[in-house]
Design a protein around this ligand. Structure first.
Ligand code: AMP
Ligand code: MG
Length: 332
């Protein structure tokens, strides 16, 4: 198991609390009465989860930087009051007595720019999955000198056995550099004995490879993924799934390759650090490999987006060279 590590203890506790609250909010707010364009449940959950992590960080490591996806500006405006009250009620279930102003301050704990060392948080990764009652994750990582050194993912709709399930309790995954990747139940009290080590798939036959990709076609390049699949020789249909839950499946041997390719509709899009930090170390520490499309390590050292990046290839390791060659062959 992990050596004693106060940062990891904090991250496990914070993600467990934030992801559990997000699942509660989903249960209460994503109802059949919700109209198609109403994103308010995920907005509330996003802010609430960041407030929980920001507030716990302020208590535990007051001097440390947090780069979070959200900021409280709209909640501080008159238009945001109703939503802020709702968020405050939910956050109060985890941090009793917190007031609206402290909720905003806790969210804005995350407006830092990355420094040499920093935390990065995606309070709800996979917002579209959250609204569809599909997959989403709460993702927190710590970065030192451009390299992720620990990561924790809370996946309320992935079971402890890495099955995609809505009603069976979620999972909490963690990795620390050099100490492996581990999974526990999201819904039980944290206990070192509750963790099981994760290991990537040992598959080496390309025909047996399973490809993981975004559920949302607009987040990737589906034509290029189809071409890659043919070039590589994959036979099975890709697994389409929202959020960094894909990294969780890859780390646990439930898939062999995960690609993120730029959507042709948004060639200027750049990957955000919080969308890849926690998931990528969980795959690496489970024995997998995560690189950009040229085979280079991801660089978290320059701002809120990955430096010089136009896509990500993650694999079980055995398939990595073939995956990169196949990507080049289809001009990705
Ligand atoms: P996924 O659930 O794997 O599709 O990825 C979800 C993440 O993709 C979200 O955190 C979004 O911030 C991010 N995202 C938003 N727009 C795009 C885009 N055009 N291309 C790639 N990722 C995007
Ligand atoms: Mg995200």
């Amino acid at each position: 198991m992990f050596r004693n590590n106060p940062r990891l203890e904090f991250a496990l506790d914070a993600v467990q609390q934030a992801a559990t609250l997000a699942a509660f909010i989903q249960d209460k707010m994503v109802t059949e009465a919700l109209t198609k364009d109403d994103r308010s449940p995920v907005t509330v959950a996003d802010f609430a989860a960041q407030a929980v992590v920001g507030s716990l960080l302020e208590k535990t490591f007051p001097g440390e930087l947090l780069v979070g996806e959200e900021q409280a500006e709209v909640l501080r405006s008159p238009d945001g009051q109703e939503e802020l009250d709702q968020i405050t009620n939910f956050v109060g279930m985890v941090i009793p007595g917190i007031n609206p102003e402290s909720v905003c301050d806790a969210i804005d704990r995350g407006i830092s720019e990355p420094g040499e060392n920093y935390w990065t948080l995606d309070p709800i990764d996979g917002t579209k999955g959250f609204l569809r009652k599909a997959q989403y994750a709460c993702a927190l990582a710590y970065v030192e000198k451009g390299r992720v050194v620990l990561g924790v993912l809370g996946c309320p709709n992935i079971t402890y056995n890495l099955e995609d399930s809505k009603n069976e309790g979620g999972s909490l995954l963690a990795a620390s550099r050099g100490e492996g990747s581990w999974i526990a139940s999201l819904n039980e009290k944290l206990d070192r004995n509750g963790f099981t080590r994760l290991q990537v798939s040992s598959q080496t036959d390309p025909e047996g490879a399973r490809l993981l990709r975004s559920f949302e076609s607009g987040h990737t390049n589906t034509d290029l993924i189809d071409a890659f699949q043919e070039e590589f020789g994959i036979k099975a249909d890709p697994v389409r799934m929202d959020s960094q839950a894909k990294y969780a499946l890859l780390a646990g041997g439930k898939g062999e390759i995960y690609l993120r390719l730029l959507s042709p509709d948004k060639p200027e899009y750049r990957e955000k650090i919080w969308d890849q930090a926690a998931g990528s170390i969980i795959v690496e520490e489970a024995g997998g490999v995560v690189t950009d499309l040229d085979g280079k390590q991801l660089d978290f050292s320059k701002g809120r987006t990955l430096r010089n990046n136009r896509g990500i290839c993650a694999s079980n390791g055995a398939f990595h060279d073939l995956a990169l060659r196949s990507l080049r062959a289809v001009n990705a």
